[in-house]
Write a protein that binds this ligand. Structure first.
Ligand code: RM4
Ligand code: MN
Ligand code: MN
Length: 424
């Protein structure tokens, strides 16, 4: 299904006066809001193809109805999100969950929906049917060269799909590691992984990047071969200038200072991939901003400050993606909430008075520094975000329109109640 333009206008019309009242009020508090609105208009977050169905845990999966049954359906879902919020104009594909069968047709559909192809994701954390060798004991780290080769070839295959679609990056997330002490020689596991990554790296086109994603634990529970940002940075530095670290907000041990990690990686010019979600305990993959919105704001503060210090383009120099999973919510509603949370934090980070913050820091005025950050965090900027959306042709209230239009009900009619999307 598609959302026609007039539906959005019909929705916006009765909300305009109230929106304007809120926007004028908040905008009056800032000197120059226009360049900030432009940055919000330009900002887009990719949606991963595996987030459009219901997620599960190892205890069970409770499918939502009307899930997309193929790649085209998933792209249509992202198209719906993008039509509503004008900030979800990209999709990130996971191979082999979403192998594009007809590149030309997929590209045409993407163009119709206004979508770009974000980073491509490989999968060597599951065995696929008809796969000759198993990844039970790892993939790129495996003690057996033949298994490593199979995993390397898979990654090169993923790059090839990406080249056809116009993607410019490969994300490698490895579940490699060990479950028990003594199982692995850490040094050999690192070196095998590095050697494998080097082969993948040499297959990268000149204008591509590779993101080496880290994760503290799960599915391996004793060691992960790319377990933290330090290890990821080691690989990225050894690989070369096209290799970068990827920060996923759910991949740290509890209480890690993610904002500091982000600041230092940007300083080193080695952060290029970013996965948004929220977490209470671990890789919970919860809705962005649902548990720790202040932390999200602090992270955005460092992202904006760090990118500006390097003269980076906010929209293109980092690969922004939502990496969440939804066990009890409608996936599309959950994604609308996530995008909104990201835009709010980004807007707030853009509104920080950096001169004043710098003065407070230089003067060791701890109280003033906290006040500057928290004053912004406690400012309701939702009308600024809505204004950016409105100007780009989106809905003032995407979630409200999603429900008013009964989009899920229509998808169930089209696709049936029993479809199950590929993914986790
Ligand atoms: C991992 C990691 C990867 C994602 C998979 C599905 O935990 O976050 O980015 O591709 O999950
Ligand atoms: Mn991730
Ligand atoms: Mn994850």
């Amino acid at each position: 299904m598609r959302i026609e333009k007039y539906k959005i206008e019909e929705h916006n019309q009765p909300l305009l006066a109230e929106h304007k009242r809120k926007f004028d009020f908040v905008a009056a508090g800032f000197k120059n809001i226009e360049p900030i609105i432009q940055k919000l208009i330009d900002f887009n977050v990719a949606i991963p193809s595996w987030a459009l169905g219901t997620g599960g845990t190892r205890f069970g999966r409770f499918s939502a109805a009307g899930e997309p049954g193929n790649l085209e359906g998933k792209m249509e879902d992202v198209g719906l999100l993008h039509a509503l919020n004008q900030s979800s104009g990209a999709i990130s594909l996971h191979i082999p969950w979403d192998i594009p069968e007809n590149y030309a047709a997929i590209k045409t559909l993407a163009a119709q929906l206004g979508l770009k192809f974000d980073a491509m994701n490989s999968n060597t954390f599951q065995d696929q049917k008809d796969q000759p060798l198993s990844y039970k004991f790892g993939s790129l780290q495996h003690v057996d060269k033949k298994v490593r080769k199979q995993a390397i070839d898979h990654n090169i295959e993923v790059i090839k799909h990406g080249v056809e679609l116009g993607s410019k990056a490969l994300t490698v997330w490895l579940s490699d590691g060990s479950c028990f002490p003594g199982q692995l020689n850490f040094r050999k596991a690192f070196q095998n992984t590095l050697g494998s990554l080097q082969e993948i790296y040499s297959a990268l086109p000149a204008d591509w990047k590779v993101f080496v994603e880290y994760k503290a634990y799960e599915p391996n529970f004793y060691s992960m071969t790319v377990g933290d940002w330090g290890q990821s940075l080691l690989y990225a530095n050894k690989l070369g200038s096209k290799a970068y670290t990827l920060v996923d907000l759910g991949h740290h041990l509890p209480n890690a200072n993610i904002e500091q990690i982000v600041a230092l990686l940007l300083m080193e010019g080695k952060l290029a991939g970013f996965h948004f979600n929220d977490s209470k305990y671990g890789d919970d993959d919860l809705t962005v901003g649902s548990i720790k919105p202040y932390q999200l704001f602090l992270i955005f503060n460092e992202l904006v400050e760090g990118m500006d210090a390097k003269g980076m383009d906010h929209t293109t120099d980092l690969g922004w993606m939502i990496d969440a999973s939804h066990n009890v919510k409608d996936p599309l509603e959950d994604l609308l909430q996530s995008v909104e949370a990201i835009m709010i934090s980004y807007a707030q980070a853009l509104l920080i008075d950096r001169t004043k913050l710098n003065e407070a820091q230089q003067g060791n005025d701890v109280v003033a520094a906290q006040e500057i950050l928290q004053n912004i965090f406690r400012t309701d900027v939702r009308a600024i975000v809505a204004e950016a959306r409105l100007r780009s042709g989106g809905a003032i209230s995407p979630l409200q329109l999603f429900r008013q239009m009964k989009i899920r009900e229509q998808l169930i009619k089209e696709r049936g109640a029993k479809t199950v999307a590929t993914g986790l």
